[in-house]
Design a protein around this ligand. Sequence first.
Ligand SMILES: C[S@@+](CC[C@H](N)C(=O)[O-])C[C@H]1O[C@@H](n2cnc3c(N)ncnc32)[C@H](O)[C@@H]1O
Length: 306
Amino acid sequence: MTERPGSSTREDGTVSWGDLIEEAESRLRRAGLDAPAIDARRIVEEVSGFDGARLTVERSSLVTQRAMARYDDLVARRAQGEPLQYVLGHWAFRTLDLMVDPRVLIPRPETEMIVDLVSTRIDELASRHPDRSRFTVVDLGTGSGAIALAIASERTDVEVWATDRSVDALAVARANLAGIGRAAARVRLAEGQWFAALDDGLRGRLDVVVSNPPYVTDDDPLPAEVERWEPAGALRAGRDGLDDLIVIVSDAPRWLASGGYLVVELDPRQSARVAAMMNDAGFVDVRIVADLVGRDRFVSGQFPAG
Ligand SMILES: C[S@@+](CC[C@H](N)C(=O)[O-])C[C@H]1O[C@@H](n2cnc3c(N)ncnc32)[C@H](O)[C@@H]1O
């Protein structure tokens, strides 16, 4: 049981989880945050260890001293504008619960969809090559490992390379790799610039290359929270945001196996140009794919037999 001087303490000196939710919401509202009620609840879920429904049942249970110290720290960090995902230290991506901190981009909901696109392309390869039981997938610029680890844990027929030029990001990806169980044996991490991170022996042997590279233009304003907390090297890519996409599209043909696929995420304003770049680079079946709210977020193409 915890006694706590301050607004959330009752007359008998005790504090319940419900008191903390209310106190956190009012502190976060005073700090000017957009969704104080949701953030407050997520923070109290985190420190209590109770998920949504259970927290409702436990609303009047008393808070422990240890939980109170952590609660204060998390609410203070959120009140200063640190993204909720970093404050909690982990975030859901498809079936995974990934560790995230300011060394990596927070995985976005739309990126979950690129995993489906990659999986569909592997299904297409598998139907053309019924004799094959393994496909090699590379996730360029893996950050937290989100795309690579989701693919590896959702399919048993893949070997996945996850690359990044950021040693810090790879440290987070390595921690997340340790959390995916047996699928981890089929994932390798590699440090370096785009394809240069890979062993030369993989040239011409990749079945799918997937990437969510930096694509924000140098001039586009970003939300203050993103600008301040998320790694700049994960976001911006030159005057038109295409610097990294150009390298990936132009180098991919040297690395893809015949009939292999390139799948990239981008800003909807870039989709037509990147599709044209892929056609010019010799890709066929180039498709622009919309996300769940109808924005042209992905481009995919197949590299034909030489
Ligand atoms: C937009 S983030 C994507 C992170 C993760 N794949 C995701 O979808 O959440 C881009 C990633 O590319 C990495 N990156 C940026 N430039 C790179 C380069 N030249 N070579 C390799 N990786 C790079 C960044 O460090 C960052 O982790």
